[in-house]
Design a protein around this ligand. Structure first.
Ligand SMILES: *[C@@H]1O[C@H](CO)[C@@H](O)[C@H](O)[C@H]1NC(C)=O
Ligand SMILES: *[C@@H]1O[C@H](CO)[C@@H](O)[C@H](O)[C@H]1NC(C)=O
Ligand SMILES: *[C@@H]1O[C@H](CO)[C@@H](O)[C@H](O)[C@H]1NC(C)=O
Ligand SMILES: *[C@@H]1O[C@H](CO)[C@@H](O)[C@H](O)[C@H]1NC(C)=O
Ligand SMILES: *[C@@H]1O[C@H](CO)[C@@H](O)[C@H](O)[C@H]1NC(C)=O
Ligand SMILES: *[C@@H]1O[C@H](CO)[C@@H](O)[C@H](O)[C@H]1NC(C)=O
Ligand SMILES: *[C@@H]1O[C@H](CO)[C@@H](O)[C@H](O)[C@H]1NC(C)=O
Ligand SMILES: *[C@@H]1O[C@H](CO)[C@@H](O)[C@H](O)[C@H]1NC(C)=O
Length: 837
């Protein structure tokens, strides 16, 4: 019984060290077996109890038979236990075997016991019932023979121990875990370490657990309903003696903690070769974890490593096979508790590495000083850093977007790729060309031709960029920005600055600068153009040369238009406000006619786009008919017989202009000496028949007259011949000549058409006509020719009789004689007058 107690104590002490389950099991087996064996005997104490101190009865009887020795009563416990507690009863019996002739007296610690409240026994005293709790002691009995006064010896003694207090069972538990999880098992043991014969009662949350009466109570498997307070107590005896309640113990049943699966590596969507790392987090450190992919428990291999605590999983180089849903479960290794599954994390493994996409926030080309932004994007997964390249050289940047403040050296082809970890990089992006240009300087030009202009004249400047057309311009005058009203730009286009009507205010140096319409690129200012604006309009002067306002026909007059400043003028000419079809600075009239009279004006203008013009004063030109000179023959008809010279007189008959001197022309030859009004033609000075003209000249204007009509002299010999040889038949001759001339005229005309003489000319024709008009002429010629130059000799039969070109051979001998004879008759030219008419 002491062993049992010790073991029970031991049992309660094992809790914390009890780590190995099989040990517990062994222990349990042992305890159960032992207790069953030992305590089973106590359960039927009345039946099986054999006091060890009692000698066998048979041996005693043998002694009595030989010499009477009063029998030794046998003290026996008949109910109850030798160790009792207050309120328990114990019964002893005192018997002498085989005889009922005895009464018995009882002794406690050698003192005789009287029946009282605490002790009772029947008349013969064979049974002692002890009811009090304090009567510990050594009990014996003695028998007294009913009839004989024989006292037996004291019986064997029974030591009764009465405890002052009710015992309190000790409750111990098979495992001392704070917390139990469904499915585990636990055994409670209840032990009353005093006395024996206990029957146990188990309570869960104060309620008795039915059918649990052993000293051990095992819950297997533990369930949530088992949560709570447990205690036990024990009872024994027919009168249901109860021990006190044990100290309670608590069983906490809860579900195993659900671990949290965390991805320690950055990405759940990964590329082959990358690392995936998980941790399985459980509230307490007693747990390990088990790993599952797609609900299959993971096997460790060289790629799949679980750390020592079992709480981290490394997949050092992911392959496609590692794809799947991962969960972990927490596990208490020694207790075989496994939690539910953690949250699941899906690991996706991409087949291919993606391609980075490069995008540009900017233009091509761009200018120095602008900022271009490149953005590299990898649309798959996340966590990329970027590697940038310019012309295959790595750039130091690693961000997704790079901003480049452009310089000329930044021109190049840009590309990028995404990188993460040590193992993954994307395919490189496409390459994007970025050109960088110096900001060009705009060129300022004048669209109108002059930079020195007049008030009201228009000016246009044009600002131009060599490259694209996306520029707007800012205009400056003397470095101040031109506050341009809309008027200054054509349809808001700042390319051209228009000064519609210049004034002195506009004088200055102009320049422009460009700005890109949608970007903040500004050029430096262009070179300057200086605009001069004259204070006043220019003076246009019309000049006439000669300056006389009255001109005579045939006069030459030259107008010229002068403008006193600037250049580039075009001149327009107006007569009587009607535009003339002439241009140029001069308007020359080489020979004026009456029609040229009028009011003359010129205008100067310039500009093609914006015409500026200004007019001259008006000049009046009057034109008079030039006086006409005419020749008269002073030699009279009657003088034909007395002279062989002709006196011609030149006359300008004009009321207005007097005081003429005259010049004479033979043919077109100026007759040098003669300035006189008359000119005498003699055979000497006019050996040939000549045509004479004259004109008047004077010192005043008009300086000369129109030239006279030509006057043709005749061979003076003719007159003499006619007068001397055919005097008598003059009249008939005249008639004949008249008739002949008329007939000849009819004959000659067709011949003329047939065979025109080579030497025919205007002069001849005029002379001829004149001659033909003068009736006597043909007759004279005819006679002359017939006489002096036979037609056969001259080849004149085709009617060239009228031709004055036929030389008159006045140098022939006969002629000379005639001429000399007629010297004194020079003045008498009357015969010729009629011819000449
Ligand atoms: C019986 O026992 C009780 C307690 O042990 C004691 O107080 C009482 O005196 C006893 N009675 C007698 C008659 O001895
Ligand atoms: C997993 O890998 C990381 C880094 O490579 C390391 O720090 C960690 O200790 C590893 N864990 C295990 C369980 O191997
Ligand atoms: C580039 O990025 C910078 C700063 O992020 C910004 O100021 C600039 O306007 C961007 N350039 C372009 C062309 O968008
Ligand atoms: C601009 O002005 C200059 C000087 O005045 C001139 O020579 C040139 O022809 C002008 N340009 C145009 C396009 O008219
Ligand atoms: C040209 O004529 C205008 C008008 O008479 C005058 O004001 C200006 O001074 C002249 N310019 C020159 C350069 O002579
Ligand atoms: C017009 O006359 C001027 C001077 O008289 C002369 O210089 C100029 O050449 C002439 N122009 C023409 C077209 O004859
Ligand atoms: C005519 O000629 C004379 C002499 O040559 C000269 O003295 C005179 O002035 C001239 N008269 C005119 C009108 O030319
Ligand atoms: C005209 O006279 C001048 C001098 O009197 C002379 O020199 C010249 O040669 C003459 N001309 C002709 C055509 O006779």
């Amino acid at each position: 019984m002491l062993h049992c107690t010790a073991d029970m104590t031991q049992l309660s002490n094992t809790n914390s060290s009890c780590k190995v389950r099989w040990k517990m099991w062994l222990f349990k087996v042992f305890v159960v077996t032992y207790l069953t064996a030992v305590c089973a005997a106590q359960d039927v104490p009345d039946a099986t109890f054999v006091p060890t101190a009692a000698p066998p009865t048979t041996a005693l009887q043998e002694v009595t038979t030989t010499a009477y020795v009063p029998p030794v009563p046998v003290l026996q416990q008949t109910s109850g236990w030798l160790e009792i507690f207050p309120s328990e009863k114990v019964k002893f019996s005192c018997t002498i075997s085989g005889s009922s002739d005895w009464t018995f007296t009882w002794y406690r610690n050698g003192d005789k016991i009287d029946a009282d409240a605490n002790f009772s026994f029947p008349g013969d005293g064979s049974v002692l019932t002890i009811t009090a709790a304090t009567n510990s002691g050594k009990y014996t009995c003695k028998g007294q023979h009913k009839t004989k006064s024989v006292m037996t010896q004291s019986s064997n003694s029974l030591e009764l121990k009465v405890h002052a207090n009710r015992p309190k069972p000790k409750l111990s538990r098979g495992s001392d875990y704070q917390e139990m999880f469904p499915g585990e098992s636990i055994t409670f043991a209840c032990l009353v370490d005093m006395s024996v014969g206990w029957q146990y009662l188990w309570y869960h949350n104060g309620r008795e657990i039915p059918a649990a009466d052993r000293n051990m109570y095992t819950i297997e498997p533990v369930a949530h309903s088992d949560n709570g307070q447990y205690h036990c107590k024990a009872k024994r005896g027919k009168d249901q003696f109860y021990t006190e309640e044990s100290e309670p113990t608590h069983l906490r049943v809860s579900d195993p903690p659900t671990p949290t699966l965390k991805l320690l590596s950055t990405w759940s969507d990964v590329f082959e070769g990358e690392i995936v790392e998980f941790s399985c987090e459980v509230s307490s450190s007693d747990w390990m974890s088990k790993w599952y992919r797609n609900e299959v428990k993971l096997q460790e291999d060289e790629d799949t490593i679980v750390d020592e605590e079992g709480l981290e999983l490394n997949i050092t180089s992911v392959t496609k096979a590692h794809q799947g849903d991962y969960v972990c479960r927490a596990q208490l290794i020694l207790r075989r508790v496994t939690s539910g599954a953690s949250n699941s994390i899906n690991i996706k493994v991409y087949d291919d590495v993606p391609t980075a996409t490069l995008s540009k926030d900017g233009f091509n080309p761009m200018y120095v000083g602008e900022t271009v932004n490149f953005t590299c994007k990898v649309t798959v997964s996340s966590g990329w850093t970027y590697q940038w390249y310019k012309d295959e050289n790595e750039l130091p940047d690693t961000s997704e977007t790079i901003s480049i403040f452009l310089g000329l050296s930044d021109k190049g082809r840009y590309s990028c790729k995404g990188i993460r970890g040590d193992t993954t990089e994307t395919k490189p992006s496409q390459k994007t060309q970025q050109d960088v240009l110096e900001i060009p300087v705009p060129s300022l030009k004048n669209e109108t031709q002059w930079l020195d202009v007049f008030p009201t004249e228009g000016v246009k400047f044009r600002c131009e960029m060599p490259t694209s057309s996306d520029w707007t311009y800012t205009w400056y005058k003397d470095t101040q920005e031109v506050q341009a009203d809309a008027n200054m730009f054509d349809k808001g286009d700042t390319t051209t600055l228009i000064i519609h009507s210049a004034s002195a205010l506009h004088r200055g140096k102009y320049s422009c600068s460009g700005k890109l319409k949608i970007r903040s690129v500004k050029t430096s200012p262009s070179s300057e153009l200086r605009l001069d604006v004259y204070d006043t309009k220019p003076r246009v002067t019309l000049m006439q040369n000669p300056e006389h306002s009255l001109m005579h026909t045939e006069d030459k007059v030259s107008f010229s238009c002068h403008i006193n400043v600037s250049s580039g003028w075009e001149f327009l000419w107006y007569k009587n406000n009607i535009k003339l079809q002439v241009s140029g600075v001069n308007h020359n009239i080489s020979s004026v006619t009456r029609a040229n009279a009028g009011l003359y004006k010129c205008k100067a203008e310039r500009g093609t786009k914006m015409v500026f013009n200004t007019a001259s004063q008006t000049l009046k030109l009057d034109v008079e008919e030039r006086p006409q000179a005419s020749i008269t023959l002073l030699t009279g008809w009657g003088e034909a017989f007395s002279t062989d010279s002709l006196v011609l007189q030149c006359e300008v008959t004009d009321d207005q202009y007097k005081d003429w001197n005259y010049t004479w022309f033979r043919g077109d030859q100026l007759i040098n000496t003669s300035l006189s009004v008359r000119y005498t033609v003699t055979p000497n000075n006019d050996p040939d028949q000549s045509t004479y003209t004259c004109k008047g000249i004077r010192t005043e204007r008009p300086a000369y007259s129109k030239i006279s009509a030509p006057y043709k002299t005749r061979n003076l010999l003719l007159k003499r011949r006619v007068l001397l040889s055919i005097t008598g038949v003059l009249f008939f001759g005249i008639v004949a000549v008249l008739l002949g001339c008329i007939s000849l005229r009819f004959i000659r005309k067709p011949a003329d058409d047939d065979d025109k003489p080579e030497e025919a000319n205007l002069f001849l024709t005029m002379a001829q006509l004149k001659d033909c008009a003068d009736a006597p002429c043909p007759l004279v010629e005819y006679v002359t020719d017939a006489d002096v130059n036979p037609p056969s000799k001259e080849g004149d039969e085709n009617g060239t009789i009228c031709s004055e070109t036929t030389p008159l051979p006045i140098t022939s001998p006969e002629d000379k004689a005639v001429m000399s004879d007629n010297h004194d008759t020079t003045e008498n030219n009357g015969g010729l007058v009629s011819f000449q008419q």
